[in-house]
Design a binder for this molecule. Sequence first.
Ligand SMILES: *Cc1c(COP(=O)(O)O)cnc(C)c1O
Length: 372
Amino acid sequence: MISAPILLTPGPLTTSARTKEAMLQDWGSWDKAFNQLTASVCRDIVRIVNGEGSHVCVPLQGSGTFSVEAALGTLVPRGGKVLVPNNGAYCQRIARILGYLGREAVLLDHREDEPISTERVDTALRADPAITHVALVHCETGTGVLNPLQEVADVVARHSRRLIVDAMSSFGALPIDLKTTPIDALVAASGKCLEGVPGMGFVIARQDRLEAAKGNCHSLALDLHDQWAYMQKTGQWRFTPPTHVVAALRAAMDQFQAEGGVDARGARYRQNCQALVDGLRALGLRTFLSDAHQAPIIVTFHAPKHPNYQFDRLYQGVREKGFILYPGKLTEVETFRVGCIGAIATPEINLAVQAIADTMQELRLPVQANPS
Ligand SMILES: *Cc1c(COP(=O)(O)O)cnc(C)c1O
């Protein structure tokens, strides 16, 4: 019996002992040592995506959504119009944010089990020259589907529009290269694939676009330009920084680099994903996505079609065995989700599969080999 549960969720996620230990020290927000810590984290974040010389990292207090809202509110001017290719819950959240901000949004709806169509983005941009920006979710965590970032970025650039990317659940695990992929702003957070703890988001923005965005933002706390300008001037955060989160992220990024960066992390997550999918398919469970569209971040499974199935009961049974599952986010079909990310590898995934198998048996759910 494991006392601290292993999180199979898309964040917060399981962190290493070293990352947790980094939070045992208190830091003064004016202290030079803390400001150096912030600067080193920001510098290394930009390097992960090859953004040196063109892009800057602006960290922001709060969960990932705060940074998505800050990026949209700061970089999209008040008269802007944003195309939101939509294949899931996080795309819809972007549209909701734009509604709150009073920025015009055009949703380009897709099925939730299909990646965004580059052709349809192309057609939409051709048809409406008033669209100034495209907001794309790289890995749509609502289902786990991977969207074609490079292709969409190329189309957006061809139409001379601006691209803002929610790379929250892909940053650090899937390669993104700002030298070859034209992106104005990339948004991610401490508590996802970098395997830090939650509490800090960041926006990697083209410096010239950020400079041009002065005065756009509707909100003081979410004004990325102001946050960046202040940090440039003083080395400090505006307002109380999440000191322990920054310290944990520094430790997590040291481990990320030691592991071998994006390639190694992505490879470990792909192994986790494969072990998970193989293991649950062997129990007769079916994935919501076809393998071709699946990102190695989180997997959506169809719930067993059986009167004994209730997510809460599956959750509780698996929880008692030391693992935390995630509910589905789809309205039409009954599903549950299992994350592949965090400081875990195939041994933990195999134990989780066993816990799910045992719980299914306890609930008298049929466990059978998948016929397909
Ligand atoms: C996690 C995540 C977010 C941010 O969610 P928070 O709950 O605010 O941290 C945004 N977009 C995607 C794709 C995510 O996976």
